[in-house]
Write a protein that binds this ligand. Structure first.
Ligand SMILES: NC(=O)c1ccc[n+]([C@@H]2O[C@H](COP(=O)([O-])OP(=O)(O)OC[C@H]3O[C@@H](n4cnc5c(N)ncnc54)[C@H](O)[C@@H]3O)[C@@H](O)[C@H]2O)c1
Length: 212
C-alpha cells in the first residue's frame, strides 16, 4: 500500500480554474485561508494541507480520484506547499519549462474538479532503489569531497538515496542540506581541505569513528 504524504480537501474553485485547465493544462493550488485576493480567481482553494514527506519524481499526485505520476518537481515546491499550500500542477508530461514552484505530472485528461474533492500525494518509489539493494550500498559508507555544492553535493545525495552513509567533505564551513528519509543513509559533515594531508587524515579518522 502506497504511503500518503500529502492530503488536503478542495473547498472552492476560482472562476478561471476551468479556463486554466482547458487552455494551459494546469491548476494553481492555494490554501484557502492564505490565498492572495488577487489570485483567488485563478486558484483551486483547499483546506487541511498536511504534508509529511518529500515530494519527488515517481510519487503519485491524485486529484478528484484520478492518479497522475509526478515526473518533475521544482526546487521550491516542498517549502511552498508546506507553508502556503501553494504550487502549480502542470499536466504536460514534463515537456514544459520547470519553474521553482511547479510540479509536472503525466499528460492525461484532468478530471472534473469540485468542492469536497481531495488532493493527495502518495509515495511510490521503486523499492529496489529506495532500499539500496540493487547497488549493494545499504549500510556502506561513501566519502564525497567537494560535496557542499554542485556535482559533489548531487553525488552525495545519490549515495544517500541508495542507502549509503556519506561523509560529506568540503572547505566550505556551511553544512549543506540533504534530503534524508527513513530509507536513506546518514550524513556526517567534515570540513576538509583535500590539498592538505593532515586535513584528509583527520577526515578519514572522523569517518571511521562515525560509521566504522
Ligand atoms: N568536465 C566537465 O564537463 C565539467 C562540468 C561541470 C563542472 N566541471 C568541474 O567539476 C568541478 C565541480 O563542479 P561544481 O559545479 O560541482 O563546482 P562547485 O563550485 O559547485 O563545487 C565545488 C566544491 O568543491 C569545494 N572545494 C574546493 N576546493 C576544495 C578543497 N581544497 N577541499 C575541499 N573542498 C574543496 C568547494 O567549496 C565547492 O563546494 C569543477 O572543477 C568544475 O570546473 C567539469
Amino acid at each position: 500500500m502506497a504511503e500518503k504524504i500529502y492530503s488536503s480537501k478542495i473547498v472552492e474553485l476560482g472562476g478561471q480554474v476551468g479556463d486554466f485547465i482547458a487552455a494551459a493544462n494546469m491548476i494553481i493550488m492555494f490554501e484557502e485561508s492564505l490565498a492572495l485576493p488577487e489570485l483567488r480567481d485563478a486558484c483551486v482553494m483547499h483546506t487541511g494541507n498536511e504534508l509529511s514527506g518529500m515530494i519527488k519524481p515517481g510519487n503519485i499526485y491524485k486529484i478528484a480520484g484520478t492518479e497522475f505520476k509526478i515526473v518533475k518537481v521544482g526546487s521550491e515546491v516542498q517549502k511552498n506547499l508546506m507553508n502556503l499550500g501553494h504550487i502549480t500542477i502542470k499536466f504536460d508530461g514534463g515537456s514544459g519549462e520547470l519553474l521553482e514552484g511547479s510540479i509536472h505530472v503525466e499528460e492525461k485528461p484532468v478530471p472534473t474538479i469540485k468542492a469536497g474533492d481531495m488532493i493527495e500525494i502518495f509515495k511510490r518509489e521503486d523499492k529496489r532503489i529506495a532500499d539500496g539493494s540493487w547497488l549493494g550500498l545499504k549500510g556502506k559508507t561513501a566519502v564525497v569531497t567537494g560535496a557542499a555544492s554542485g556535482i559533489g553535493k548531487a553525488v552525495a545525495q545519490a549515495f544517500l538515496d541508495n542507502g549509503a552513509n556519506v561523509v560529506v567533505c568540503d572547505l566550505n564551513p556551511n553544512e549543506p542540506e540533504f534530503n534524508i528519509t527513513e530509507d536513506s543513509g546518514k550524513v556526517k559533515y567534515v570540513i576538509t581541505n583535500v590539498a592538505e594531508a593532515a586535513s584528509v587524515e583527520a577526515m578519514v579518522k572522523t569517518a571511521l569513528d562515525t560509521f566504522g
